[in-house]
Design a protein around this ligand. Structure first.
Ligand code: MF3
Ligand code: CO
Length: 275
């Protein structure tokens, strides 16, 4: 059952989403070769606690960290670790908070230093596909319309692999609410959306095969072919004519641009993309 929010609740959820954006902005400021994802995890934990919120991933179904840090062929749910990040790494950071009882949950993929054109295109297209999905998050549409738009832009247009095993979701007082929001599917299928449904839309797109496997730690999801994967996630509120994006990429993107260790050459086209 989809739990629709009041306007006041949507306003509170915006605060939760923006706290995640602010935390991701802190990550964007300090990312550089040599830093470890374990350091990022500690920083994010402290930043969230300092803002009177609770890291929602920590202890969720036994998940042991504040952030998911998924590098290169890790698709999602990577454990932070003590490996130094290096030039060319594709680093996806996903995290959630609970603020005033409401969840924020979103993700961004960064690129350290130099990268080849294939990687640049993967990041650009994955971020574009998120906005293509968000364009369909309007009252009267169905979940399948969002799914189709994402799959169309990534799999059919570029031949990328859309991960099937993991999906976006409703968001509210719980991290995962109805409906599930897959990144593949048919137009006109699935639950019909009404105003003030809040969704976490999160394309997970592989450069190669769509097939993934989970490591023995029970969490780390990797691509079968070892090729890189990208993940962008926004929290959005369904509205009549145009979805309201609750999370805020603009502050993350500004920090990304100001950080000489991050590669933003993929971002030129997408930074202007809003709905
Ligand atoms: N970001 C993931 C999602 O959107 C949740 C990660 S699971 C956790 O569903 F255990 F890490 F919290
Ligand atoms: Co999510």
């Amino acid at each position: 059952m989809i739990l629709y929010k009041t306007d006041a609740e949507v306003e509170l959820m915006k605060q939760s989403a923006v706290l995640v954006s602010k935390t991701l902005t802190e990550v964007a400021k300090i990312l550089k070769p040599g830093i470890t994802t374990f350091q990022l995890d500690k920083l994010c934990f402290q930043f969230i606690r300092d803002h009177k919120a609770i890291p929602s991933f920590l202890n969720y179904r036994g998940y042991p960290y504040t952030i998911c840090a998924s590098v290169n062929d890790v698709v999602v749910h990577g454990f932070p670790n003590n490996t130094a990040l290096k030039d060319g790494d594709v680093v996806s950071i996903d995290m959630g908070v609970i603020l005033n009882g409401w969840h924020g949950d979103h993700a961004y993929t960064f690129l350290i230093g130099e990268a080849n054109n294939d990687v640049l295109q993967l990041l650009r297209v994955t971020k574009e596909s998120l906005y293509k999905g968000i364009e369909k998050a309007i009252a009267g549409n169905r979940v399948g319309d969002i799914a189709f738009a994402i799959q169309e832009h990534t799999e059919r247009k570029y031949g990328y692999g859309v991960v099937r095993e993991l999906v976006g979701h409703g968001l509210g007082r719980s991290l995962h609410e109805d409906p599930q929001v897959p990144n593949y599917g048919k137009r006109g299928n699935g639950a019909r959306l009404k105003e003030n449904a809040v969704l976490a839309i999160e394309p997970m797109i592989n450069m190669g095969t769509k097939d993934v496997y989970t490591e023995d730690d029970g969490w780390t999801v990797r691509t079968r072919d070892g090729k890189p994967s990208a993940h962008f996630e926004h929290d959005v509120c369904v509205k009549k004519n145009k979805a309201l994006i609750l999370s805020d990429y603009s502050i993350i993107e500004a920090a990304e641009k100001n950080n000489p260790n991050l590669n933003t050459s993929y971002a030129q086209k997408t930074s202007a993309l809003t709905v």
